[in-house]
Design a protein around this ligand. Sequence first.
Ligand SMILES: C[S@@+](CC[C@H](N)C(=O)[O-])C[C@H]1O[C@@H](n2cnc3c(N)ncnc32)[C@H](O)[C@@H]1O
Length: 257
Amino acid sequence: MPSSRSSRRAVTTAWESSDWYLGMVGRRGHLYHRHLALPALLALLEPQPGERLLDVGCGPGVPAPHLARLGVHYTGLDASPRMIAQARKHHARSGTFVVGDARHLRAAVGQNATFDAVSFVFSLQDMHPLEQVLSEAAGVLRPGGRLVAVLTHPCFRVPRQSGWGWDACRKLAYRRVDRYLSPLCVPARRAGGAGTLSFHRPLQDYVAALFAAGMTLEALRELAPTDAMRRQLGRSAAPDNPDIPALLALRARRATG
Ligand SMILES: C[S@@+](CC[C@H](N)C(=O)[O-])C[C@H]1O[C@@H](n2cnc3c(N)ncnc32)[C@H](O)[C@@H]1O
């Protein structure tokens, strides 16, 4: 894993040149956004009209119109100016978008700015150091404010260290996990997608970092692709097992005292 001494340097991800991602997500989001991540985000967030939400690592800002429709004041923050430009192009009417580093959130949004809620959608797993990012997120939350994160399930989706297998005797697709407890920094392997990084951590590291940031874990959901999604993703060609979750969604709350 990269050292936390690098945390004052430029962000190490290369989302600036990730046209593949913008193409895949589009304006309305990927299937995983539409069928799993957005419903989980809204269910766990329980947003109230007039609340202020900071979406950290917002990318092209897919949740913005869904939250604006509910009367939430949405601010999207991302380290990549290209992602922010795309978010403004599609969703300028639904929120405010700023370029900033999750590792220095308080500096990015203003020392006195506070939010009722902070969200991370498919972004926490791309940020390092986790403890610093979560402590900064807690620092911009009002007392009692909540944090909702949706990420690829760390127990079943370990980049390059997990995959589907086929048990011919039992006629069953199973999930193979080669390593889990050791944190990993994994460069994305994608044609045309230059050097973005993902960070695998075991679930206990997420929970420990939330506690260290003064947050209490309140709710956790594990989400598997729906049948409709599986049909659209063409799962008949590559069988999987609908009982194995792809995503994890959680809500934590900053202490009131
Ligand atoms: C997989 S994309 C997810 C984007 C968006 N939330 C979505 O659901 O489409 C991860 C995002 O995290 C952003 N990111 C990574 N490290 C960051 C950091 N330290 N500060 C702010 N954004 C960061 C990247 O620029 C990228 O847009």
